[in-house]
Design a protein around this ligand. Structure first.
Ligand code: 13P
Ligand code: SF4
Length: 331
């Protein structure tokens, strides 16, 4: 944990972050689910695949990762020579928590004729136990390259895996994990919202459960949803994913209206990711100043995890769900 009391009184956090970023030759990467102030000062904002590529390619000495731990670990796995800092080391993920490595290993051992196609939202240990990693923007391209008769374990997100099974007529064995954020959308409240805005299409992330996906006009990664927001005909869009993504839509498309899909009481904050929300300007300043909390991974584990991530980067090819709004480079 970081010590926020150590911040000198009266400093301008944005100026200090800027000074430290230059002094340390650091790049600040941010996911679309981060608070607007973090997205706005990042050098690069993207989805999980774009952020992985950026981490693998950057020539910075330090990566300050405004996202969750598995994302910062991915950056370290792909760029081991760099210092990777995460503003809050408690920024986890319910999908990662649902898949303890020892249980995943035992599951794999019970299915020796299956390969493991694994969502990037998992621990380094689970990546090391997997054959190919996917993100939501690369999963379809990668799955289509795997022969239909190849047996597959897909974890840890059963909703993304179920969506892929239905779309491509596969029968991958699904690990029973869910994202608590996407799980919280309410079908009843979504139907009420659709009735109020009959012209508005629904864009949903594939981490949503099927009863939400069934009402979606498009399903895709964060970057694909951003592209859809730019191109859909009409002026109002219902967005079924973590609401901080709407910051990029509202900035780029002020003439359109974006409405977050509702949770159970129709008006809750239950769709804000509590892990992503742990990061803030103060903690970003402190991690750039103190060079901690820092991601450290034992070398043989890192090298094993890199194999499945390299496979993803190779098989994803040029695939990114990005468009004009996807992968936003800072100045
Ligand atoms: P993408 O940005 O790759 O769509 O992933 C969303 C997510 O699960 C972040 O936790
Ligand atoms: Fe994990 Fe869901 Fe939060 Fe993404 S939004 S980090 S999948 S809990």
């Amino acid at each position: 944990m970081t010590n926020q009391t150590a911040i000198p009184a009266g400093i301008d956090l944005r100026e200090e972050i800027d000074r430290l970023r230059k002094e340390r030759n650091a790049v600040i990467l941010a996911h679309y689910y981060q608070k607007p102030e973090l997205q706005d000062l990042a050098d690069f904002v993207g989805d999980s695949l774009e952020l992985s590529r950026k981490a693998a390619d950057t020539d910075a000495d330090v990566i300050a990762f405004c996202g969750v731990k598995f994302m910062a670990e991915t950056a370290k796995i792909l760029s081991p020579e760099k210092i990777v800092v995460l503003p809050d080391m408690d920024a986890g993920c319910s999908l990662e928590d649902s898949c303890p490595p020892e249980k995943f290993k035992a599951f794999r051992e019970r299915h020796p004729d299956h390969i493991a196609l694994t969502y990037i939202n998992c621990s380094t240990e689970v990546k090391a136990l997997s054959d190919v990693i996917v993100t939501s923007s690369s999963a379809e391209t990668i799955l289509q390259q795997i022969p239909k008769d190849q047996k597959i374990i897909f974890g840890p997100d059963r909703h993304l895996g179920g969506y892929l099974n239905r779309k491509f007529d596969r029968d991958m064995l699904l690990w029973p994990g869910v994202c608590i954020v996407h799980e919280a959308f309410s079908e009843t409240e979504l139907l009420k919202l659709k009735a109020e805005h009959p012209e508005a299409p629904v864009a949903a992330h594939p981490e949503c459960p099927p009863h939400i996906i069934d009402h979606a006009d498009m399903v895709g990664s964060t970057s694909a949803i951003l592209t859809y927001a730019k191109n859909f005909p009409g002026d109002t869009l219902i967005v079924a994913t973590e609401p901080h993504i709407m910051h990029q839509m509202e900035k780029a498309l002020p003439e359109k209206t974006f409405i977050g899909a509702p949770g159970a009481d129709g008006n809750c904050n239950c769709n804000i990711c509590p892990y992503m929300a742990l990061n803030n300007l103060e903690k970003l300043y402190l991690c750039l100043r103190d060079m901690e909390p820092r991601i450290e991974i034992e070398e043989s584990l890192r090298a094993d995890a890199q194999k499945s991530l390299d496979k993803m980067l190779e098989m994803a090819g040029g695939t990114v769900g990005k468009g004009d709004l996807g992968a936003i480079d800072g100045d």
